[in-house]
Design a protein around this ligand. Structure first.
Ligand SMILES: Nc1ncnc2c1ncn2[C@@H]1O[C@H](COP(=O)(O)OP(=O)(O)OP(=O)(O)O)[C@@H](O)[C@H]1O
Length: 673
């Protein structure tokens, strides 16, 4: 097809779409009337209707409401398709067919067929569309309904349609993949994350469509599209498993509220229901018993960052690596043989020997202690029944459990945890005013799981965790028990926010079975120049920028605070959609907050919505986000000195898409530059 035939196909498609749009609109109006009429009728004849009639009418109302809602959603998809119905086309020739029989597939954000079943547009997630992302021209295949279909891609095109108008048609042979991607990436930042369906790259597509692995761990450099990929993977799952998977049964754990807001529109843009994400603090509140209070992860992280060598940081560090999990596991498994005191019990004159009790207790070691006691009590009742021949009443199961409990060396998870921390040395556990520090919460939950179990999210069908490097092995050990469903875990070891070892590839392998570990090394966010600059701050692995060129990052030297402020004012007056000033510490942020005369928005733990314009924030809250321009102030030898600080500079500089300015103290520059 030439461009004229593409115009003709577009016209034909738009005609059909418009027809369906009108029909849906008229259906919706009819249903609206039906609903209102029925409601009116019910009000008018309220006194004459019996309760069965009321129930019937209510059912009908709810049915109309549901049907209407579904049609509104469908119409919204059609509206979006009218604006831009598809973004690509490929022609596939099945092996054995004549060239004239090649099938033409138009690929769009949603599928669309007319009433006769003619498929005008295929949903990007349809099995056949995998070829668009996976293959260049030539031999290709796709798998549908467990069958492989072989053939040849004889045409592949990128098509841009905006406001129902054809903007361009580019044949794949012109290596346009890159050009189109570049155009997309050259755009200015948005206050919400965008979908990437039109340009998902091959290595990303493999992750999106991988449905064999139980646990997928994605290690990807900054800007490699991890978050985008994870969200498109959810959309793919919701499409592929639409009969069994529900959006509300997907659990996303995100680093903070503003990040949750930033990613919130991707799934609705892809035609799926929005999925609310939770922060670790919100989840933790749900997992702990209501009476137990704790210092939030967010607050503790702030304190550790402001004093990385302090006592709190060292307590957290002690509990941050995998050997800590091993220590706790071995403490608990040793405890199994001493937790129940080695004593016999006499119940209604029948003596139950210590050996027998220990044997039963160990027999049930896979269960939490409390469950073990329940099972033992059932066994004991059987023994009593067989040995006790007198008239009268046997003690109840609960009474026996109570007696067994009294023989426990420790009567609560907290007592066990305390005993464990004593083995770690002095000052390893701070529990002032009965409030946990965050670094103790997950070890405590692990002990609680051992003692009485933890709340499990059994209804959750898929668990997604972003910024995996900020979670510790003990947290993963607990999360793996709480969420036993399939998991997608994404992050970047080079972007660690905590100044000590946390999770590692090896720890993941020890903690999760059936795990697929994938690495992404191409960065899409930053210009080539920014990515190459940020590379020197990278602590692990490789980063490959794509060839999208921009301004060289600027290291600007200042001697006084006044000079630095002046330069910020100059830099911040630009035409970009978003510019972020990213500080290391809260103290520095406060100085700028007091001294800047421009209008700006502070982005911190209280922020719920991502804003555009000039933003003032810290590295902790800038994580996962991106901005057109970034200014990193106060780059001096105190703030950026250690290897850990190097990682922080990596996080800060890779937030920039188009422009990066690093403000360096002339008298005391950071040795990391
Ligand atoms: N295939 C793609 N096509 C177009 N844009 C892409 C593609 N992949 C990623 N991007 C863009 O690159 C930017 C970075 O993506 P994303 O935030 O998902 O990366 P990330 O790996 O999670 O980054 P970080 O770890 O730094 O937070 C986003 O603007 C995203 O839209």
């Amino acid at each position: 097809m030439t461009d004229t035939s593409e115009i003709a196909y577009l016209e034909k498609t738009l005609n059909q779409l418009t027809k369906v749009y009108k029909k849906l609109s008229s259906n919706i109006t009819d249903q609206d009337h039906q609903f209102k009429d029925l409601q009116k009728y019910m009000v008018e004849y309220k006194s004459e209707l019996d309760k069965f009639e009321v129930y019937d009418y209510q059912q009908t109302l709810s049915m109309i409401d549901k049907r209407g809602f579904a049609q509104v959603m469908e119409r919204e998809q059609v509206r979006k398709l009218i604006d831009s119905p598809y973004f690509g086309r490929f022609d596939f020739l099945y092996h054995g067919d004549l060239p004239s029989e090649a099938e033409t597939i138009y690929i769009g954000r949603f599928g669309f067929a007319d009433e006769e079943g003619t498929q005008y547009i295929y949903d990007w997630r349809a099995p056949i569309c995998n070829m668009y992302y996976e293959f260049e021209m030539g031999e290709a295949y796709y798998v549908a309904m467990d069958r492989q279909f072989d053939g040849e891609l004889i045409k592949k095109r990128q098509i841009k349609i905006e406001h129902s108008k054809l903007q361009y048609v580019l044949d794949s042979s012109l290596t346009i993949q890159d050009e189109v991607l570049q155009q997309t990436l050259n755009q200015h930042a948005n206050d919400k994350m965008k979908t990437i369906v039109t340009s998902i790259q091959r290595e990303q597509n493999k992750i999106v469509r991988n449905d064999s692995a139980y646990n997928v761990i994605i290690q990807g450099v900054a800007g490699s599209g991890k978050t985008a990929v994870a969200l498109h993977r959810i959309a793919y799952y919701l499409y592929k498993f639409r009969d069994t998977l529900r959006a509300e049964r997907i659990f996303i754990l995100s680093p903070n509220k503003v990040f949750g807001d930033y990613i919130s529109t991707v799934l609705p843009e892809l035609g799926e229901e929005p999925i609310r994400s939770f922060t670790l603090d919100e989840l933790t509140t749900n997992l702990l018993p209501a009476a137990v209070t704790f210092r939030s992860f967010e607050e503790e992280t702030k304190d550790i960052l402001s004093n990385p060598n302090g006592a709190l940081a060292s307590r957290a560090k002690m509990k941050g690596n995998y050997s800590f999990v091993q220590k706790l596991q071995s403490f608990l498994s040793n405890l199994d043989s001493s937790l129940l005191k080695n004593e016999s019990i006499s119940i209604v004159g029948v003596v139950l020997q210590a050996d027998y009790l220990q044997g039963r207790f160990l027999q049930y070691r896979k269960e939490p202690v409390v469950t073990r006691l329940e099972l033992m009590a059932e066994d004991i009742i059987q023994v009593l029944k067989s040995k006790w021949d007198r008239e009268g009443k046997l003690p109840s199961k609960n009474e026996i459990i109570k007696r067994l409990k009294k023989r426990l060396l420790f009567s609560s998870p907290l007592a066990i945890y305390r005993a464990f921390t004593e083995t770690l040395g002095e000052n390893s556990f701070e529990f002032s005013k009965k409030r946990f520090e965050f670094n103790d919460v997950y070890p405590y939950l692990f002990v609680q799981f051992y003692f009485k179990g933890v709340k499990q999210y059994e209804l959750v069908q898929h668990f997604v965790l972003d910024e995996m490097q900020d979670y510790t092995p003990i947290q993963y050990a607990v999360l793996s028990k709480v969420f036993t469903c399939k998991r997608t875990i994404i992050g970047d070891f080079s972007q660690a926010l905590l100044p000590y070892e946390t999770i590692s590839k090896e720890a993941f392998e020890a903690l999760f079975h059936n795990l697929e570990y994938v690495e992404l090394t191409t960065t899409y966010r930053s210009s080539y120049e920014i990515a190459m600059y940020a590379k020197k701050f990278m602590r692990h692995g490789e980063i490959h920028p794509i060839a999208r060129h921009g301004k060289e990052p600027e290291e600007w030297k200042y001697s006084t605070l006044e000079q630095m402020l002046k330069h910020i004012h100059e830099k911040a007056r630009n035409d970009f959609q978003t510019t972020a000033i990213i500080c290391k510490t809260e103290k520095d942020l406060q100085i700028l907050q007091d001294r800047l005369t421009l209008s700006f928005t502070v982005l911190d733990g209280q922020t719920e919505k991502f804003a555009s314009g000039l933003l003032l924030t810290t590295i902790q809250y800038a994580k996962g986000l991106e901005f057109d321009a970034v200014i990193v102030p106060f780059v001096n030898e105190t703030n950026y000195r250690t290897e850990f600080d190097r990682g922080l500079l990596y996080i800060a500089s890779t937030r920039a898409m188009h422009e990066l300015t690093v403000l360096v103290d002339k008298e005391a520059p950071s040795p990391l530059l």
